[in-house]
Write a protein that binds this ligand. Structure first.
Ligand code: ATP
Ligand code: MG
Length: 582
């Protein structure tokens, strides 16, 4: 441990612009440039050691994924290490369930902390010793002001704070009081330990911040061993120091805390990491704070932390997101010093790009409409050849059964179509992909509702495979499944959980819940899928042609598949239409 390597740069900004592409072909970001500079000057002996420091008070979300990717990727890039550390200093909000889910999520994203799993609570004894050291140096004191009085004494940006009447207690008295706080002699709220810095500092974080408070609550790891707990600000930086972290990367709101962390390291004469701040990730149509996500869960606006509408890592995983898509999304958005809101489409496109390459294609009619091919013999069937993935020739072909009774998508038929509707309608001919041209000859309606329940067609045997030998064209290519061969499944379609682009922008007196989208989930219990998909297990991902990418949900049971739509397709089908000459 060294003491001489305190930060010289102050604001963590790069001293020179250098956009030379790195070996991985992309320009380095400002954090990488700062680290390169440190490596050049030998500031940390060429060492790069980062950490991801979640507080186990909720499940991780896509914003955390950005921080995970950033910290682990920096370690990999510079041949260093990255720790996982739980900043578990608040016994009343933290839980083992969160500790477990966080580890699962980091691993699933593809990162490995090896044997470097730490907890702030592992350092409680060291942190207490640091507190004692500050008291001995006359740099900390026990205060009896209430929490309210402390914040009243704190002043504001425009007026200095006021000193506590207990600020000048002797070192002996402070040591005695601190020891008795630890022993549990005092009630919650009666005593706190504060740093003695400067009540007139323009930086409010330096106005004698609270370091320890009394909390007679059991901690998920240390049980009832402690009745005083360090505040986050007193634990976080010192844990970084104890772990030998070189570059302590955090989000912009901690910029004003850096001076405090620096003060602790200097006064305690301990290893001094460089804090570097970056802008947190915000996404349109989403909220990102764990407190708000917890409310969605606790008040049952969603079905748990891993509800596929949640932008938690576990929700995205269940929705069908891949670790590769999340990593490439984080890489693409990069790191900056400026707060911004990323369009949700960027996240969705990362998944489309990944799955387009590797998801096998199948056919499904999620809102099925029966089609009877009148001139196809009853009781007969045949097989047609379908391409598994046009983007991946190695994926090969499969066979699909074709027969007299089929299902198509209800949206693909209109009895009385408007001008721009080119799909199936009375008298019109379309292509059933990989199979035949069919022509609509009539409909059967429900006598009471008048709803079309069946479409009657004829097929042209000379169009087998989906091509007319006479060169005649059709304007649409539809997906379909054979009714007697199809399997029935439940399909869940999702919309944004919030209907407002910026759900947190609400009028005074309202909160973000007013922007919840009442139509964020649509359940289709009677979808018809081609039989080749029957054996799919939870986590299996595929494309249903023209409908999007889908993933088998964990609610599936033997004989009852449940699919989540991960993301819609956007333009893919129009490309197919062009290629097929439809
Ligand atoms: P939240 O505000 O969502 O509750 P947090 O910052 O309190 O998040 P922590 O568990 O303290 O949650 O976060 C662990 C790490 O993840 C921190 O280093 C934090 O800076 C980072 N992080 C949290 N949210 C984001 C985000 N939206 N974008 C980037 N990094 C984030
Ligand atoms: Mg936090």
């Amino acid at each position: 441990m060294t003491t001489s390597n305190g930060p010289e740069r102050g604001d963590g900004s790069p001293s020179e612009e250098n956009t030379d592409p790195k070996s991985d072909g992309r320009p380095s970001n400002f954090i990488e440039r700062l680290i390169e500079e440190d490596n050049k000057t030998g500031r940390f002996g060429g060492k790069v050691h980062t950490r991801f420091p979640p507080e186990p008070n909720g499940y991780l979300h896509i914003g955390h994924a950005k921080s995970i990717c950033l910290n682990f990727a920096l370690a990999i890039k510079f041949g260093g290490k990255c720790n996982l550390r739980f900043d578990d200093t608040n016994p009343t909000t933290e839980d083992e369930e969160y500790v477990r889910s966080i580890q699962e999520d980091v691993r699933w994203l593809g990162f490995d902390w090896e044997d470097r799993l730490f907890y702030a609570s592992d350092f409680f004894e060291e942190l207490y010793a640091f507190a004692v050291k500050l008291v001995r140096k006359g740099k900390a004191y026990v205060d009896n002001l209430s929490a309210d009085d402390i914040s009243r004494h704190r002043g504001s940006l425009y007026e200095p704070g006021r000193e506590s009447p207990h600020r000048e207690r002797s070192v002996e008295e402070n040591l005695d009081l601190l020891a008795r706080m630890r022993k549990g002699e005092f009630d919650e709220g009666t005593h706190v330990l504060r740093a003695k810095i400067d009540m007139a500092s323009p930086n409010l974080n330096l106005r004698d911040p609270v370091l320890y408070r009394i909390r007679k609550a059991a901690h998920h790891r240390t049980g009832t061993r402690w009745v005083i707990y360090p505040l986050y600000d007193f634990a976080h930086g010192q844990c970084d120091s104890l772990e030998g972290i070189t570059h302590s990367i955090c989000t912009l709101e901690f910029e004003n805390h850096r001076a405090l962390y620096d003060w602790f390291c200097q006064e305690l004469e301990i290893h001094h990491p460089q804090q570097i701040e970056f802008a947190r990730l915000n996404l349109t149509y989403a909220v990102m704070s764990k407190r708000k996500l917890l409310r969605l869960v606790k008040d049952s606006h969603v079905h748990g932390w891993n509800d596929p509408r949640m932008l938690t890592i576990s929700g995205l995983r269940r929705r069908g997101y891949t670790p590769e898509a999340l990593r490439s999304f984080c890489d693409e958005i990069g790191v900056t010093k400026f707060n911004s809101v990323i369009d949700m489409v960027v996240l969705e496109n990362a998944l489309r790009t990944d799955l387009n390459r590797r998801a096998p294609r199948f056919m499904a009619a999620v809102r099925p409409l029966k089609v009877v091919v009148e001139n196809y013999p009853e009781g007969q069937s045949e097989e047609v050849e379908a391409i598994n993935n046009p983007e991946d020739p190695a994926a090969g072909m499969r066979k699909m059964p074709f027969s007299r009774v089929l299902y198509i998508e209800r949206d693909d038929f209109m009895e009385d179509p408007p001008k721009k509707f080119f799909r199936l309608a009375p008298g019109r001919e379309v292509r059933l992909r990989y199979a035949y041209f069919v022509k609509c000859t009539g409909v059967v309606k429900d006598p009471t509702t008048g709803e079309v329940v069946e479409v009657r067609c004829t097929y042209d045997p000379a169009t087998k495979g989906g091509d007319a030998r006479d060169g005649r064209k059709v304007k649409a290519t539809l997906h379909w499944v054979s009714a007697s061969h199809a399997i029935t499944a439940e399909v869940r379609l999702y919309n944004h959980l919030f209907s407002a682009e910026h759900p947190e922008d609400v009028p005074e007196g309202q909160d973000f819940l007013v922007n919840l989208n009442p139509n964020s989930l649509e359940v289709l219990p009677n979808a018809k899928l081609e039989p080749a998909i029957a054996g799919a297990a939870p986590g299996f991902r595929c494309q249903f042609e023209r409908l999007g990418y889908f993933c088998v949900d964990t609610d599936s049971r033997p004989g009852r598949l449940v699919f989540n739509r991960s993301v819609t397709l956007k333009d893919d089908w129009s490309k197919i239409q062009k290629r097929d000459g439809a």
